[in-house]
Design a protein around this ligand. Structure first.
Ligand code: GLU
Length: 503
């Protein structure tokens, strides 16, 4: 019988969460929800040198903002707690001991300096140093001395690490849900450090022990962890535990050029690679999706398609749809190129679905700052008229400013093209027609002006573009008579007269 689905996101709190990490969290979330399972957050903070204050809080806030909260984690349904590895410290020692006792691990006393020296010597000969079956017999470890001698050295305060004793010449048959069957020769592995004399486990030991104790059914993580999979499988074997199933997600690649997407790509091309803004230690900050005006659903939808697709052309999915459709078998092996334009395209799509009244409230803040007073119903309508051209809420003001303030200038090219010798006279007459129009609704001013144009026998082209130019300052904008209704009679006439006087 297969185990209940329990998957984890296990970041190390070494800084803000990179977008690749967010994608890993998302795929774990989707997989858990699809199978009615549990998605938990485990904080892998055993490497105290790399610990960055605030990073854990950032990760939690980011997952919540994105709408993919964890079911278990620090302070939440702590069924298998603690969920911070530093708080589980005491637990790991016994497992390291278990491996020593069963002959799967040994103490190594080599100093960092001695190993460095060896490394340098070999490098000078064009070789690389690895601590493994080939040289472990010649190095300073417990394999060469008796158990008593080992205990004595430890009792005398010798610094040590515990290393895994990798079996020699075995072929491992590994299976990855995404990559299929992988054969691996254990002789190629080094004897990784599992436990340090400061009492802290390394990533490998802590990760395996916790995945076991927390009953993890599937390990879904980035491709960069694929090289660790043989060791991890061996550790499960050494402990006699059932290993979880593995799935290594493809890399997220740079938009241009080769290699992994990095923060620098974002800085260079002006897009965020972090979900939330992050304050760097040097006082600078790195931009976040949230602060740049991205909508969480849009970010999720975009990320879901980085390395996965449901096999159809559909691109827009709600989170529920993603949960229904998601399938690890359909995740690609090849890296997924990060396309910042596509990212914006998704935001544009989701932005269109935002409630105009809500967006209007946001725009009102800008209006208040600028000392502009406009009824919220009007602002809501204006948002509805210009939103189609916006990808972010921050663009609404620039797209709609002429609804609130008269244009200060008139776009030169448009003037050159549309402002003819008889334009001023025609517009003066239009102004008179509008002056005498009582019902200033869009539909009515449109029919009045159009009837007048017809009766005069002049073409629409002689009236509409210059009229727009007078009211907007340019040839852009939504339906002209909607603008007329929203700016009102006084303002419409004022703007026409100003254009006539200036141009
Ligand atoms: N702590 C590791 C990381 O930072 C977790 C890798 C894994 O999922 O096993 O990504």
């Amino acid at each position: 019988m297969s185990r209940p689905v329990r998957v984890r996101f296990a970041p190390s709190p070494t800084g803000p969460l990179h977008i690749g990490g967010v994608r890993t969290a998302l795929f774990n979330y989707l997989f858990a929800k699809k199978h009615g399972g549990t998605f938990y957050l485990r904080v892998e903070d055993t490497d105290q040198n790399r610990f960055v204050p605030g990073a854990e809080e950032y990760i939690v806030e980011a997952l919540n903002w994105l709408g993919i909260p964890f079911d278990e984690g620090v302070g939440k349904n702590e069924k298998f707690g603690p969920y911070r590895q530093s708080e589980r410290k005491e637990m790991y020692q016994q497992y390291a001991q278990q491996l020593i006792d069963s002959g799967w691990a040994y103490y190594a006393f080599d100093t960092a300096e001695a190993l460095d020296e060896l490394r340098k010597q070999l490098e000078a000969e064009g070789k690389t140093f690895i601590y493994n079956h080939a040289n472990r017999g010649t190095l300073d470890n417990s394999l060469k001395i008796t158990a008593e001698a080992t205990q004595e050295r430890i009792a005398n305060g010798a610094e040590y690490v515990i290393r895994f004793k990798t079996p020699v010449g075995e072929t491992l048959h590994l299976n990855d849900i995404i990559r299929g069957d992988i054969k691996f020769d254990t002789s190629l592995l080094d004897d990784k450090v599992l436990f340090k004399s400061d009492g802290m486990p390394t990533y490998h030991l802590a990760n395996i022990v916790d995945d076991h104790l927390m009953e993890t059914s599937h390990v879904i993580r980035g491709e960069e962890w694929l090289p660790s999979m043989p060791l991890h499988e061996l550790l499960y074997k050494a402990f006699g535990w059932e290993a979880p199933k593995f799935a290594h997600l493809p890399l997220i690649l740079k938009p241009v050029g080769n290699g992994k997407l990095s923060k620098r790509d974002g800085d260079k091309l002006g897009f965020p690679v972090f979900p939330l803004e992050w304050k760097n230690a040097d006082g600078t900050s790195s931009m976040g999706y949230r602060e740049q005006g991205f909508l969480p659903d849009a970010v999720i939808n975009f990320l879901a398609l980085l390395g996965w697709n449901p096999g159809t052309d559909q691109e827009l999915f709600t989170l529920d749809e993603l949960v229904q459709l998601f399938d690890l078998e359909r995740v690609h092996k090849a890296g997924a190129k990060f396309d910042p334009d596509k990212n914006k395209w998704f935001n544009h799509q989701y932005f269109q679905r935002e409630d105009n009244a809500v967006l209007a409230k946001g725009l009102s803040h800008t209006l208040i700052e600028k000392g502009i007073n406009k009824p919220i119903e009007d602002v809501t309508r204006i948002v509805g008229l210009v939103k189609e051209r916006a990808t972010f809420a921050s663009e609404l003001w620039n797209l709609s400013d002429y609804f609130f303030v008269a244009p200060e200038s008139f776009e030169e090219k448009a003037v050159a093209k549309q402002w003819k010798p008889d334009t001023a006279e025609i517009l003066k007459e239009v102004a008179d027609v509008l002056l005498n129009t009582l019902d200033f609704s869009s539909a009515n001013t449109e029919s009045v002006v159009k009837a007048w144009i017809e009766q005069k026998g002049i073409g629409m082209g002689k009236v509409m573009p210059p009229l727009r130019l007078s009211l907007v300052g340019d040839l852009k904008g939504p339906h002209l008579f909607d603008i007329i209704e929203l700016i009102g009679k006084d303002e419409t006439l004022k703007r026409i007269h100003k254009a006539v006087d200036t141009l």
